[in-house]
Design a protein around this ligand. Structure first.
Ligand SMILES: [Fe+2]
Length: 281
């Protein structure tokens, strides 16, 4: 409406503001489910039009997936849950020519600022942990290296997506910023299944974990990426992926990807940095 009223820049800023808060831009998503096949196709077409215009958010993708399941279009579900959208890098290994990161340095920089964080029995999906926001603002070489290394991997991720990628993943924002926070737990803090509402890609970097979590065959502290329980088993796409929380490891996933962690079974220091790649106007 604002765009047609001659205020396209205001309209664009409002759209970006909406996405920052996880809004669903489809009138169908906001006003209820499709009642019949005609309504279902209309709602799917509405989302497709928005995705084609780069209007994509995690809530929209979740609702679109639910509509696809109702329509029985499992192939498209599989294209949205493409395992190629999930990447894992060892940032201590510079063999790919990228910036290397010292996870110990990142851990020390964060522990030095532990008193600036806030302790949460429960913070959204995360239990028993201290959260430090705006990690990227910390002026320490290890943190600067981490942010440089993440931007390099995000740029490569985008370059390698290719034209075949589903529009729900899109080509990514032309300009982006990194929203960052750290989760530090000493006694079994873990994350319940959740997705990130505001990003295009969500990354998790591990700076420290207890030794026991790295033992062969060990599962505690592991990161899992799964799928919504309304998606039937016969639909293709990723099912359940598991990543050990190895210090220096960066896991990248679409922000709409459902993920969680297994709790630690005994006290031990676990430091993770979460990074949402968000569109900038
Ligand atoms: Fe998360």
């Amino acid at each position: 409406m604002l765009a047609t009223a001659g205020l396209p820049e205001v309209a664009e800023r409002l759209v970006i503001l909406g996405f920052r808060h996880g809004a669903d831009m489809s009138i169908h998503g906001a006003f209820g489910d499709a009642a019949d096949r005609y309504e279902l196709d209309k709602a799917l077409d509405d989302y497709r039009g928005l995705f084609a215009g780069g209007r994509v958010g995690s809530l929209m993708v979740e609702r679109y997936l639910a509509l696809l399941v109702r329509a029985g279009d499992y192939d498209e579900v599989g294209r949205i849950l493409d395992p190629a959208f999930i990447r894992c890098h060892d940032l201590t290994d510079g063999s790919d020519g990228g910036t290397t990161v010292d996870p110990g340095g990142v851990a020390r920089a964060l522990l030095d600022r532990l008193d600036t964080g806030t302790y949460h029995e429960r913070d959204q999906a995360i239990l028993s942990s201290t959260r430090i926001d705006h990690v990227h603002r910390i002026a320490e070489p290890a943190i600067t290296d981490l942010m440089t290394a993440v931007r390099e991997r995000v740029d490569r991720y985008r370059a390698e997506l290719g034209a075949h990628a589903h529009a729900a993943m899109g080509a990514g924002p032309a300009r982006y910023r990194l929203d960052t926070w750290s989760v530090i737990s000493h006694d079994g803090g873990h994350a319940l299944p959740h997705k990130h509402h505001r990003g295009w890609i969500t990354c998790v970097f591990y700076a420290a974990v207890p030794e026991v979590a790295l033992a062969p065959g060990e599962d505690q502290g592991a990161l899992y990426i799964g799928r919504y329980d309304f998606i039937p088993a016969e639909a293709p796409g990723w099912r359940m992926l598991r990543f050990a929380p190895v210090p220096g490891r960066l896991v990248m996933m679409p922000s709409y990807a459902l993920h969680w962690t297994r709790p630690l079974e005994q006290p031990g220091l676990r430091i993770a940095v979460a990074i949402d790649v968000c569109a900038e106007p």
